[in-house]
Design a protein around this ligand. Sequence first.
Ligand SMILES: [Zn+2]
Length: 178
Amino acid sequence: MEFIIEIGDENQKQLIEQELKYVEAITETCSPDLNLRQLIVASNFEAKINAMEGVETYKAERGINPGDVLVAAKIVKVDDGFAIILSPHLFTDMHDIQTRCFVVLHELSHIVNRLLFPPIPNDSMISYQYLYHLYGMYDEYTSDRFAYNLVEDSFSSKSSHWNSYPNKQCQWGLSSHH
Ligand SMILES: [Zn+2]
């Protein structure tokens, strides 16, 4: 797995990579193999996703009012597996190691779900739409639960960022989903 850290000076890049090393440890023990090829901290999150997906339409901002919700991470399909793209916002004082960990674990769970979920049958548009949204909700729900439980179990003392995070998540969840 390759770490691509596009933000910070040399010392900061090293600290970020050190913090994210646990992802490598998780993927090495994972079965089925997640085929996680890259973990990228992008200097420009939207531009990176658009470039990697070959589109121009990806927007990180969601919700009814501008700035309501800012997507912080996304998985992208690459040739022989997946990449996780992280927003530089995760490395500002809006976040700390515990909330960053939640975001990364949530994305890892999305990859597991991608590998385990059955393909959506395409025989009827109505059932496709129904199942597509049902899968989407289940995907977000299980990913949140997985990440939440693991962060709760991994850090014996919880930060103020973490303690206020579920509240923020709920407020975001009411206005949008990602
Ligand atoms: Zn998600």
